[in-house]
Design a binder for this molecule. Structure first.
Ligand code: FAD
Length: 409
């Protein structure tokens, strides 16, 4: 579908990382002279799947990040600030400076942000020192790399307190670090503990069993259903509460000493979505954007669409999902702009894939959709293998940046 917009009706995209850029590219491909503004405070664009590789010293910052200006479509308006508020009645977004941008259509692509206060209170102030690190952004992945380079063996603890996103990222860093330490002859001098708030390593049963077997074979101690309780950075000790079936502290605790502590706090949607009353109110998806899972249009507001990690969808939050969603969102938004209804919309089936590194040069690749917890992925296998590694480490990033530079994501 190609549309000409004579009236130049204004589309605002909130968030300009992978999901925001993908949908912007699709809109520019489907529509002549669209009037699109992207609201994004960051000046760099990050290919997040490579962050754990960077942290382990197995990728360069240039492979992971490029200036956003180099990948944005040339005709797009870029508001280089964060969104502070959305006024749905006036149909304006209000930026941090107070500047107002009116919109007719809004695409929500602002991902998830760490919530330290609720999940790991006080730990954010300690990150970067005393052996405490995370790999959720470029700056911290680089700082982690320095810690890895100077690490001489010892107790490594992974505290995975996010339920919504990041399992595969924390595991990837764990297995890559395991490999790096083996190559340096330091693994025998090290112990690995992976402590998760989740009840398992991965939602899909078959993959979970494989991953847990690989972890055990590599000498990783797994502790599930544990929430963060406290930390003593001077003594380098972290304490977790064992959780009961209701997710509450059972009274039992797990205390671990560490020399290197990798943390993943809870990841939640940024505040403006909740304030604008666009979020799901109950259940596991509480706080995430309430869209129809097939059309990706807001359940109540027809001028609002969503894409990427910010959505209340029953699938893992991965870039491969945003890739599948972008053409659907662009098509359905443009159909709405032409006055068409959901009967004419394209439908997203929940398809995406995720790569699970089990070592440097070894990975498992699995796909899923709304109906199936496992579907086959081209050039990948659910068994550990070199090809899946090659795809996730080199082919996917290469294709991402190549397409991004050409506006073809
Ligand atoms: C360490 C790590 C490893 C990963 N590994 C994989 C992997 O192997 N495979 C895979 O498919 N996926 C992986 N992912 C997930 C994948 O990167 C995301 O699913 C994908 O990038 C889509 O994200 P997004 O654009 O929705 O959100 P994000 O990438 O989080 O982008 C959101 C953007 O919104 C902006 N923003 C936030 N608040 C505001 C505001 N108030 N106003 C304006 N802008 C705002 C942010 O600055 C950011 O640029 C990984 C993620 C991480 C962090």
């Amino acid at each position: 579908m190609t549309l000409t917009s004579n009236s130049r009706r204004k589309i605002v995209i909130v968030g300009g990382n992978s999901a925001g850029l993908r949908v912007a590219n699709q809109i520019f491909r489907m529509m002549r002279w669209p009037n699109v503004t992207i609201v994004e405070p960051s000046t760099s664009h990050v290919y997040e799947p490579l962050l754990p590789w960077l942290a382990a010293g197995l990728a360069t910052p240039e492979e992971v990040s490029k200036p956003l200006a180099d990948v944005l479509p040339k005709q797009i308006n870029w508001a280089r600030q964060g969104l502070k508020k959305l006024d749905p009645k006036k149909k304006v977004v209000i930026l941090e400076s107070g500047r107002e941008i009116p919109f007719e259509f809004l695409v929500w692509a602002d991902g998830l942000v760490p919530n330290w206060k609720k999940s790991m209170k006080g730990v954010d102030a300690l990150v970067g020192e005393n052996g405490i690190c995370h790999t959720l952004d470029l700056e911290n992945a680089r700082a982690t790399q320095k810690m890895v380079n100077s690490f001489e063996g010892g107790k490594v603890v992974f505290a995975m307190m996010s339920q919504l996103k990041g399992e595969e990222a924390a595991q990837r860093f764990l297995f890559l670090l395991d490999d790096v330490l083996r190559k340096k002859g330091l693994r025998d001098k090290s112990s690995f503990h992976f402590v998760a708030i989740r009840p398992d390593l991965f939602p899909s049963t078959k993959i979970r069993e494989k991953l847990e077997a690989i972890a055990k074979q590599k000498g990783v101690e797994l502790h599930f259903n544990h929430g963060f309780k406290s930390i003593d950075a001077d003594k380098r000790t972290i304490v977790f509460d064992q959780l009961n079936e209701k997710g509450k502290a059972s009274g039992e605790t797990l205390e671990l000493d560490y020399d290197l502590l990798h943390v993943t706090p809870a990841l939640i949607p940024p505040e403006p979505l909740n304030k604008a009353k666009l979020a799901a109110r109950t259940g596991d998806s509480k706080g995430l954007m309430a869209v129809d899972q097939h059309t990706l249009q807001h359940k109540k507001q027809k001028y609002y669409f969503g894409i990427g990690d910010a959505l209340a969808l029953p699938i893992p939050r991965v870039d491969a999902a945003a890739e599948g969603q972008a053409p659907i969102v662009a098509y359905n938004l443009l159909a709405t702009l032409k006055g068409k209804g959901p009967g004419t919309f394209k439908k997203y089936d929940g398809h995406a894939s995720v790569s699970l590194s089990s070592a440097n040069k070894q990975a498992l690749l699995t796909g899923f959709d709304y109906e199936n917890e496992q579907v086959a992925v081209s050039m990948g296998s659910e068994e550990e293998g070199y090809l899946s590694w090659l795809k996730s480490r080199y082919i996917n990033p290469w294709m991402y940046w190549r397409k991004a530079a050409k506006g073809q994501l």
